[in-house]
Design a protein around this ligand. Structure first.
Ligand SMILES: C[S@@+](CC[C@H](N)C(=O)[O-])C[C@H]1O[C@@H](n2cnc3c(N)ncnc32)[C@H](O)[C@@H]1O
Length: 532
């Protein structure tokens, strides 16, 4: 994880996934600065839509109460014990108030006592984390060539570092942490075609296919030309395992080039130069001291500027056992003074309760793609409708003229209906504008797309609302099962197989069904907000 799981930054990278973001603590503060965020795709959490006067976008609903959590079962197997002794001992990880446990079969951290808000829960020295600094030299020289390293995306570099640590086993400084990592990080990129298809949702299926291809290509390039002389190439499965672990546990944030001790060292050197300068009579004390001050101030400002554009990535043992909840604020942060990553309780936790952190505001699309789970009633959830105009071809009151569609495509809103990010609160303004234009009578449409940025007369808005309900309904109808069927499957009451026997859903199947049920809830929410 990150000092907070990274959030999207800048344009979507070639890797198709945004990087997580870290923040650092400049000074002890009553509330910790968020550090690192888990990376997530851009556009996954759009800002709330403004209510539209036409009623197509109603005011946002208040968030649902948090779901009831299963009880904690203490984890005390040999691997966990070895990991915790390593954490306490050689890794110098400080932790109090949390202990590894499982919750309904999912590993996480439970409060071992009642925890007050602001309590420091875990502090991991940077040396005990797997960290990728910007422009870092080859971090896995025993496995990959420098040329491969230079061209690889951040998560592949960290994957190579992880594989190297894994191969070193007992000799790796991170060995006991690596040994207890999940064998099967069940993210969709590692699923079969059938399991991916069970997601039903065309947008995520497409993203997962692209990710699978990207990972295949990365592996092929590594095997073909990136393996260091004398090293044996990783198997495809080993490489994919490493990428999945990295993508589900890394936090990212601004990169701070120097630690406090680096700065103190620099100040010492500059101070010594001032003293030597003065002693040798090269300049008087005041001149030397002001030059020294200028150097130190420049150094600090330069790094602050750099930190805005450079990013670091970190997986922090033990912190990476916190599960995510969209309802808590705790994030991972970097403590500049301690050169460590830490998590502070953002609220009170009762003994035995699962202690969550936030991987950043994420829709179920990114939670499912990168972490393999979805949140029930996630207020950040969206439904990305692809190629929306295709549903309008069969919209009875106003079948779409191909010439109008061509005019839209040639306009400034040409792409507005290709991927429409629909929230429970409704449709984005550009999509509404594009649809108004498509549905307008000939004479009105001649004014051009720009004339449709505001709600039109009541009949036109009623037609728009009917078109929105039609295309949401058509999408829902094409998904392959109903919300009720999905809920029955999750409750174990799905269609019987053979002689009345019901097959239990596998982990990926259950995750896919839970995910698609949430997507249907988003669409159903949009329909009900449209009064349909
Ligand atoms: C950073 S790890 C957290 C620790 C992890 N559960 C473990 O056993 O190592 C992220 C992974 O934890 C799981 N996870 C995190 N939050 C979850 C949640 N709210 N519900 C279900 N699984 C979750 C997912 O498998 C995700 O890929």
């Amino acid at each position: 994880m990150h000092v907070a799981h990274s959030s999207a930054l800048g344009a979507r990278p070639a890797s198709g996934t945004p990087a997580p973001s870290l923040t650092r603590r400049h000074a002890p503060a009553p509330t910790p600065a968020p550090l690192l965020r888990h990376p997530r795709p851009l556009g996954a959490t759009p800002s709330p839509l403004p209510p539209s006067p036409s009623g197509t976008n109603p005011p946002p609903a208040s968030p649902p109460p948090p779901a009831k959590q299963p009880p904690a079962v203490l984890l005390d197997d040999a691997r966990t014990q070895a990991f915790m002794s390593w954490a306490r001992g050689p890794a110098s990880i400080k932790f109090s108030g949390v202990r590894p446990s499982t919750f309904g079969g999912v590993r996480g951290l439970a409060a071992s006592a009642d925890l007050a808000p602001e309590r420091l829960l875990v502090e991991v020295p940077r040396r005990s984390a797997l960290v990728l600094a910007p422009a870092a030299r080859n971090g896995a020289p025993g496995l990959v060539t420098d040329a491969w390293w230079k061209g690889a995306p951040w998560f592949a570099k960290m994957g190579a570092m992880l594989i190297e640590q894994k191969r070193a086993s007992g000799a790796s400084p991170l060995g006991p942490w690596v040994a207890q990592l999940p064998q099967d990080p069940a993210v969709p990129a590692l699923w079969s075609d059938q399991q991916v298809a069970a997601l039903q949702y065309p947008h995520l299926i497409q993203l997962v296919r692209e990710q699978q291809k990207e990972w295949r290509d990365l592996y092929d390039t590594l095997k073909r030309e990136g393996v260091a002389a004398g090293a044996s190439p990783p198997s495809r499965e080993e490489f994919q395992w490493a990428l999945a672990v990295v993508r589900s546990r890394t936090f990212s944030g601004p990169y701070i080039g120097s630690t406090l001790s680096d700065r103190l060292r620099l100040a010492g050197v500059v101070g010594a130069l001032v003293a030597a300068n003065t002693a040798l009579g090269l300049a008087d004390l005041a001149t030397s001291a002001s030059a020294a001050l200028a150097v130190l101030v420049f150094n600090v400002l330069y790094e602050l500027l750099l930190s805005q554009s450079l990013k670091q990535y970190a997986i922090c043992p033990l912190i990476d056992l916190f599960n995510h909840s969209g309802t808590v604020q705790s994030e991972v942060s970097y403590n500049y003074f301690g050169d460590s990553y830490e998590v502070v309780a953002a609220r009170e936790f009762k003994q035995g309760e699962q202690v969550f952190i936030s991987y950043g505001a994420q829709s179920n699309d990114s939670l499912m793609q990168f972490y393999g789970f979805s949140e029930q009633d996630n207020p950040k959830d969206v439904y990305v409708l692809r190629d929306t105009a295709r549903w309008l071809a069969a919209f009875p009151p106003a079948p779409l003229a191909p010439t109008r569609l061509a005019a839209l495509r040639a306009s400034s809103l040409g792409g507005a209906l290709e991927q429409v990010v629909v929230q429970r609160e409704g449709f984005p303004p550009e999509a509404l504008q594009a649809l108004r234009f498509l549905l307008a009578p000939e004479g009105e449409a001649a004014k051009g797309v720009a004339a449709f940025d505001k709600p039109g007369p009541p009949e036109a808005e009623a037609l728009l609302a009917a078109a929105l309900a039609h295309l949401v309904g058509a999408e829902l109808g094409a998904l392959g099962s109903s919300l009720q069927e999905d809920q029955a499957l999750l409750a174990g009451a799905g269609p019987a197989e053979g002689k009345g026997k019901r097959r239990a859903l596998s982990g990926p199947e259950a995750a896919a069904v839970a995910f698609r049920a949430e997507k249907k809830k988003v669409l159903a929410g949009v329909l009900s907000s449209l009064g349909a």
